[in-house]
Design a protein around this ligand. Structure first.
Ligand SMILES: *Cc1c(COP(=O)(O)O)cnc(C)c1O
Ligand SMILES: [Zn+2]
Length: 427
């Protein structure tokens, strides 16, 4: 039997749903550009001049009704607000429409009645990054590129490798040598060319951008490629739809470069602009104490300074955040906040989350919950606030961290007497 809502439906996406891009605008100077294959950042502002996509919104065929009638259960249901110009290059691998759980037991333990978990570890390669990679691969193919590259602490890489494999595109991936083994293995399984860089994520990032330019590869780095954040924003569309258009009071997520939270915030703004909703949730960003340049910048109202990351939450170990402006603007203008949490709190949140909900998140994913816990303890969350915690990555990605808090198994012989002994020990 063919499931109407399965992968099969993607090829049937109707190109008439596409909306033209009006322009791309530099976040620093406002200069406008028309899309072209070699355009990444503003020519005047360089790497800081990240470009933001604007559509011809008055021509977007999207409404609550059109969405309700659409059987597509993936990010591609938001085609009218995605920056692609053809539907043939969309990779088949399913992405998005991840579950949003009302986490009642977890909420009770925190004294919150309306706590929700968005489980983005359910994406095909196990993280939120899949939302961006799907767009990256679609755009790369649209621009006729045969090879795509990225630098990553792990998830963006494995995600790109998965979507590229699905589309038959070659990848070169720059990963800091300290990345968790599972993530590197995942890359190799997908057939990516993996370059383990003896250096930090930041060093891998610069090297990757240089290589992309030299060899003519399509660059999937999120802070440089204007289209990827458009994929990330789909999480915000989904949250609104899954709540039947009641915008939550707060959305909490982990922050590294800042692209993810900025993307989510953009979705809420666009829905408001289109008249589908009437407000933006308080966007709340969480960083690890050992690497919190954006939290510090937020608190001091200053530009972020570069730090040397020291945290086990590898996915947010970004010492030099690339999307600081977009992220901080989004958080400030929404009335949100930023916090930082210790590695210990992140690990504690891992078992806390798993044991109350069945959702197993990687450290960056559970950092968001640790951040919420801190805000609750400080009395900054109302018990009736509707809060969404986005768990951005799957816990199986980083078993070593999980082992530190998981506890140990009881080793026994295959006899009932041993089982009894264990039960007595537990009693
Ligand atoms: C990349 C990532 C983040 C942070 O996203 P940024 O865009 O870098 O802020 C959070 N959680 C996970 C699991 C990630 O892979
Ligand atoms: Zn500029």
């Amino acid at each position: 039997m063919i499931d109407q809502h399965s992968l099969v439906s993607r090829g049937r996406r109707d190109a008439r749903l596409l909306t033209p891009i009006a322009y791309l605008a530099c976040v620093e100077c406002g200069k406008r550009y028309q899309p072209s294959p070699d355009l990444y950042v503003c020519h005047d502002c360089g790497l800081r001049g990240i470009l933001d996509v604007s559509y011809a919104y008055d021509r977007a065929h999207i409404s609550r009704e059109s969405l309700a009638a659409d059987p597509e259960r993936s990010i591609w249901r938001y085609l009218p607000l995605l920056p692609i110009t053809q539907t043939e290059t969309i990779p088949d691998l399913h992405v998005g429409w991840t579950p949003l759980y009302h986490a009642r037991r977890l909420g009770e333990q925190l004294g919150l009645r309306q706590l929700y978990i968005k489980d983005d570890g359910r994406n095909p390669t196990g993280s939120f990054k899949d939302r961006a990679s799907a767009l990256g691969v679609a755009k790369g193919r649209e621009f006729g590129r045969r090879t795509i590259t990225c630098a990553s602490t792990g998830n963006a890489a494995s995600s790109l490798a998965g979507f590229a494999a699905c589309a038959g595109v070659e990848t070169y991936i720059f990963v800091p040598a300290g990345a968790p083994e599972a993530k590197v293995t995942q890359l190799l399984v997908y057939g990516a060319h993996v370059l383990l860089v003896d250096g930090s994520y930041d060093e891998a990032y610069y090297l990757c951008n240089e290589a992309a330019e030299r060899f003519g590869w399509y660059n999937r780095n999120c802070a440089i490629n204007p289209y990827l954040i458009e994929g990330k924003k789909t999480v915000g569309f989904e949250i609104c739809e899954q709540f039947d258009w009641v915008v939550p009071d707060r959305v909490i997520m982990a922050v590294g470069d800042g692209c993810s939270i900025a993307g989510a915030a953009k979705a809420f703004r666009e829905l408001m602009q289109l008249g589908l909703t009437d407000r933006v949730p308080r966007m709340t960003g969480v960083q690890a104490e050992g690497c919190a340049p954006l939290t510090l910048a937020f608190e001091r109202n200053e530009e972020p300074v570069t730090l040397r990351p020291q945290t086990l939450a590898d996915s947010i170990a970004v010492g030099e955040p690339r999307n600081a402006r977009k992220a901080l603007d989004a958080i400030r203008s929404s009335g949100g906040t930023m916090v930082s949490v210790s590695d210990e709190a992140i690990l504690e949140a891992m078992t806390f989350l798993a044991r109350a909900t069945g959702v197993f998140g990687e450290p960056a994913g559970t950092a968001a919950l640790a951040g919420l816990r801190q805000l609750v303890e400080r009395g900054e969350i109302d018990p009736d606030e509707r809060v969404v915690v986005v768990v951005t990555g799957n816990g199986l990605k980083d078993i070593k961290s999980a082992q530190r808090v998981a506890g140990t198994a009881s080793h026994i012989r295959p006899v009932l007497a041993d089982v009894e002994r264990v039960l007595e020990g537990m009693a």
